[in-house]
Write a protein that binds this ligand. Structure first.
Ligand SMILES: NC(=O)c1ccc[n+]([C@@H]2O[C@H](COP(=O)([O-])OP(=O)(O)OC[C@H]3O[C@@H](n4cnc5c(N)ncnc54)[C@H](O)[C@@H]3O)[C@@H](O)[C@H]2O)c1
Ligand SMILES: [Zn+2]
Length: 358
């Protein structure tokens, strides 16, 4: 095994260490952190292969072992309660730690459970989807959905360790694998032109899941997210850059009832729409917009979202970044450089949604 890469995220109480490398799963015991040496394992049926790997690595040190339902519909307080019930029944203490093995739903729910169990215990993330490796397991946001909206209940509670081994995603269906990569490319497009060029050039190898190319993209994306989060570990100005493609992406996702499109697929269309806005507001060169679209086409084809103004407007109006004069958005200036525009009128978002093409 080549030496893993180590990426530091945040500082002080909010510090996480991300380790990334091929073969790391088999050495998980060296990397996962628990002050007491004992772990609560939370995983899902989809992530059973990698969870078994973690079970073997932590044999004899697992206090409780729980599989949760990781459909978006089940990302709620009941799931958090079930984790708390199992942990408390097993006699969890403040110095025990949780390890979440799964996609973003598992890490969001389990990380939130860790944030509130005994007022907060340490946790570790072992992401098993490309989306969680590139985005969800990084940055310390944890939480669950509420009937009133997605991710409305939560806490900032960064994992102590994030362990990324592409092998953990080897059983991921192609559709989820490709959708998750949209988040990785998003990071490159907003923050690392060199990474974007390398990953575009190596896309065939990435889609064949060849370790070296996939690791380069995932490590690069994690580095961009770590840099932005470290500059701004609360939801301040810089962190909003990570929202590129997400303003309309969230509306596309919600308008399809979270079933029609995967998160990453909705973000792909959200990026396509943001390119239209970027050409007008930040002078994004047409050649750069074409490159981004070309890559999204190769990652896809992604199902078309519902784009009528009637379907999208209610969700846009509810956006956390909405004000009377418009909704803040992220525009691309060129590949590798993005900035925030404070109030883009609702009508402009809707026009961009209608014009977006892949
Ligand atoms: N906290 C954050 O900063 C953040 C950022 C982005 C997304 N998210 C959240 O992450 C969630 C989406 O996460 P996701 O994209 O990782 O998808 P996911 O967790 O919904 O998983 C997608 C599917 O893949 C399956 N799966 C997981 N690992 C597998 C494996 N190794 N082999 C086979 N199947 C596997 C799951 O069972 C599920 O059916 C959303 O709820 C979103 O809100 C959070
Ligand atoms: Zn996202």
């Amino acid at each position: 095994m080549n030496a893993p890469r180590r990426i530091a995220i945040g500082s002080g109480d909010a510090a996480s260490l991300l380790w990334i490398g091929a073969g790391l799963m088999s050495e998980a015991a060296r990397y996962l952190v628990s002050p007491s040496g004992r772990f609560l394992l939370v995983s899902s049926a989809g992530a059973r292969g990698p969870a078994d790997g973690i079970r073997r690595a932590l044999a004899g040190r697992i206090l409780a072992d729980l599989e949760i339902d990781d459909r978006e519909e089940a990302k709620n307080l009941d799931a958090v309660s079930r984790i708390a019930d199992a942990a408390l029944a097993a006699g969890v203490r403040r110095d025990d730690a949780l390890v979440a093995v799964g996609g973003g739903v598992v890490s969001d729910v389990a990380g939130f459970a860790a944030a509130i169990l005994l007022r907060g215990i340490a946790w570790n993330a072992v992401p098993t989807t490309t989306g969680a490796m590139a985005a969800a397991a990084i940055g310390g946001k944890t939480g669950v959905d509420h009937a009133a909206g997605k991710n409305l209940l939560g806490a900032f509670h960064p994992p102590r360790t994030v362990l990324v081994d592409p092998a953990a995603a080897s059983t991921l269906p192609d559709r989820d694998f490709r959708a998750g990569l949209v988040e990785a490319f998003k990071a490159a497009w907003i923050g690392d032109a060199g990474l974007a060029a390398r990953a575009e050039g190596g896309l065939e190898k990435i889609l064949e899941r060849q370790d070296a190319s996939l690791l380069d993209l995932l490590a690069g994306a994690a580095t961009v997210k770590a840099r932005i989060v470290s500059e701004d570990s609360r939801e301040g100005d810089r962190r909003r850059l990570l929202n590129f493609g997400h303003t309309l992406g969230h509306a596309f996702e919600a308008a399809g009832d979270y079933r029609r499109l995967r998160h990453g697929e909705a973000v792909a269309w959200g990026i396509a729409a943001a390119l239209e806005i970027s050409r007008e507001l930040s002078g994004l060169p047409e050649a750069d917009a074409d490159r981004v679209r070309e890559t999204l086409r190769r990652l896809g084809p992604f199902p078309e979202p519902e784009r009528s103004a009637e379907a999208l407007a209610p969700y846009l109006a509810r956006d956390k970044k909405a004000s009377a004069s418009g909704i803040a958005g992220v525009v691309l200036e060129s590949i590798g450089r993005a900035r925030i525009v404070e109030a883009i009128p609702l009508a402009d978002w809707l026009a961009a949604a209608a014009r977006a093409r892949l």
